[in-house]
Write a protein that binds this ligand. Sequence first.
Ligand code: CTP
Ligand code: MG
Length: 441
Amino acid sequence: MDWIQLRKDRLEVYYPTDREIEEAQNIYQQVSDIVSREFDLKTELVGSVSRRTFISGRGDIDVFVLFQDELDEKELDQRGLEVGRKVFRELGGEHHIEYAEHPYIQGRLNGWKLEIVPCYSVESGVLKSSVDRSPHHSRWMRDNLTERQKEDIVLLKQMLDSAGLYGSSLKTRGFSGYLCELLVYQYGDLRSLLQNVQGWSREMRIDPAGVDTGHGFESEFVVVDPVDPERNVAAVLSEDNLARFMLLASDFEREPSADFFEEVDRQPDRLAVKKEIERRREILALEFDIPDEPEDVLYPQMRRLQSKLVTTLERKEFRVFESGFYIGDRARLVVEVDSDRTGVAGRRGPSVFHDPGHIEAFRDSHSKLYVENSRLMAREQRELTDVRQVIKRFSESDSNGVPDGLDSRLRQMCFVDPKSGDEDWFKFLEQLFHLENRWEK
Ligand code: CTP
Ligand code: MG
């Protein structure tokens, strides 16, 4: 389809209307008046609503309350919550506390999500906490984005969202709204971005505002924050999600179509998943209660648990093919293993280049030695031949490296039939078995 037409069509669906903007402004004004009257504090509208880069119908009104930077952090937390609660008491609407680096109040008002976030009013060079950047982001974007770029940003967000790649939570590990804005700004428009993405190398350092100081970052894909050169805006983006975006972009460039913006809410193909389970090696699913933690804490913990379990199984000489986890009402961890029960295994000893003392000790306590990858090994009868027993032992071990809150739930785990579960469970298995990839159109 012709891009000019396609772009126009999609903008009619996803670009925020004037009415929406007015409504949001209106709510912001009411909030601002209350905060100024009751607390004598200044506020600022930040985030995508402040710059018209949100997906129509899905905007959240992010109001930041600016506190003097002498205030200590405990006081900031407490006063911030007080202000948030007061706003909702006056305007009505259900609300609750959310936790980021600092707690804040989030709720709903006339169909909008409204967030009241405390931050320090500081110059961009002397940021005290990570939220302090947001007002600076808003100002920078207001000064630098063109109308056309704002439209393209909305389309990019929608495209990423429908591919499951939008959002910087530690659950999704995708593209944040601010990252989308910077990418469109950097390449001028959406099409140039999508064309350029295909040639990205593993190591990328994008510096949209030309402020890079050469600061070292952990990840190889870096987008330097215009208001804080020591922050990588893409820090949360996982390497796999970056790769998926690169493929998505090349798919789109081959044949642009409205499909790339569609929300897919398909029923999972249960039968296909069940057949796949039959076809695979042994699929084990263990289930346990979820600790009461925010997603940004829980998801990294589950990833750690998954990798610890896989390592444990591999140490016991089980080959692991796929592994993953699912969070529904309870948590489920899945592994696909080759559960051969020959009962013979190789025990790993030290590298032959290691301290001679260690090598001596290993030789004294083991027989039937051999060498593999320059490491001393001993042929042994497998201590536990049943993979389920190995998993059970792992779940009950005090030294399995799993964080406490999660570990106490894991101890109560049980094995469940992977062929039974709700719709989301089957969607999850479709992804795990690569039967369905949302980013592939
Ligand atoms: N922010 C950030 N990095 C993140 C998340 C948020 O810098 N990983 C800052 C940005 O300044 C962002 C603001 O917090 O504009 C509000 O965050 P959020 O509402 O999550 O993103 P938006 O940019 O408003 O995008 P949208 O709401 O449309 O998803
Ligand atoms: Mg927002």
